[in-house]
Design a protein around this ligand. Sequence first.
Ligand code: AMP
Length: 486
Amino acid sequence: MSFASLGLIDPLLRNLQDLNYPTPTPVQAKAIPAVLEGKDVMAAAQTGTGKTAGFALPLLQRLVQNGPAVSSNRARVLVLVPTRELAEQVLQSFVEYGKGLDLRLLAAYGGVSINPQMMKLRKGVDVLVATPGRLLDLNRQNAVQFDQVQTLVLDEADRMLDLGFARELNAVFAALPTKRQTLLFSATFSDEIRTMAAGILRSPVNISVSPPNATASKIKQWVVTVDKRNKPELFLHLVAENKWDHALVFVKTRNGVDYLAVMLEKAGYAVDTIHGDKPQPARLRALERFKTGDVQMLVATDVAARGLDIDDLPLVINVDLPIVAQDYVHRIGRTGRAGASGVAVSLVCADEAPQLAAIEALIRQTLRREEEPGFEAEHRVPETSATGEIIKKPKKPKKPKAPQGAGAGVAQTQGKKPAPQGGEGKRKPAAAGKGAGPSKSNPFSLEMPRAKPVGKPASKPTGKSARPAAGAHKPAGKPAGGRGKR
Ligand code: AMP
């Protein structure tokens, strides 16, 4: 199958050639003809499937072929997206695919001044990519009216609902012309999404390029169980041990982001961060530097989880699991894209067991558990079935075995990973390390696991940690905490 056989016009085909897209992806092969015919579409497609071109290419073609020109303060195609980053990326896709078409394109999102966006809307735009809140602001200020909207695209609809945009979306739907084309793209389909879809789509063409709620099968995923307080040190240890030098790292809180970033910097990595409190230009800059490789480790909260267009990212590390299971699918959607294989590693502590169960139920697979010698969890993470049901109660932690070669001391493991060189015999059990106990400077130790320890209480600190990476990379002036500090 070729792009030409889908009925795309020459200027678009030339741009695709320039971009080196040889053939349509499955979602493109299905979506492009449907959108060209003016049909509504409901597509289950996650990031990395080529969904953006799936709607952008045919919509650009319809804009060129179907006048009339847009009037002032109007838009002909409206693309709603959950985040500023995605707004920029979708706009960029329209710009690249539509090179030479002489169309007016704009991205509008919050967190930056509204005035330049209002100025650009004066002449009207053919494509307006917007986040829901800013779009309504612009509409309230009469900078954009909806009466000429021919097509509405909801990109990453599930994420927009997760972020609490339901009210804004309903307000936009109510203000749009009823006679219009509507395209809905979502990685996952909850009942809420289906209800919304039923209300806004008319006899849609249904497209599903991967089973709903499935994660890309090419991604190798596993879980490393660990006590919460030891997460930072285990993280740094894994990074050093495996020579991971280009990874997107997810952490729950902004403090956690900053803490890991400092640790990584001390260890000599080029690091940048993305979180909600960071000004938009700085976030975009961080992303750009990560894409070009100037930044090796990008540490982010879930703000960055959706829609980041990073090609060939080999590795996603979840230092914390997301609260919402669907965010796991979106987080790891950054890797294993467009046919590339990727790796997603999650560090999971006992109080994240419910989140892990929810994730496993959503993706319908049980993730392989591993334990890193020297970081064995004292508070065990229960094993779950693929339906999320707990099938094994927490076990009393075993004492780490004496070194017996590869895999020794690895509990709850299906498919053991060879022990890293250096030998686990050199290391001490995690609970005995300096990191034990809560500490203000280590956000990972602020909250102790809710699960009751089933083994004996943590042993006293030994005073020296044998873990190679941990001690070496502790940020100066920010001790990982100790019992004396409680
Ligand atoms: P998306 O799922 O829209 O975020 O696209 C994922 C990535 O795939 C983007 O980096 C696109 O540039 C790339 N891509 C989209 N369509 C194709 C194609 N037909 N062939 C090769 N790469 C593509």
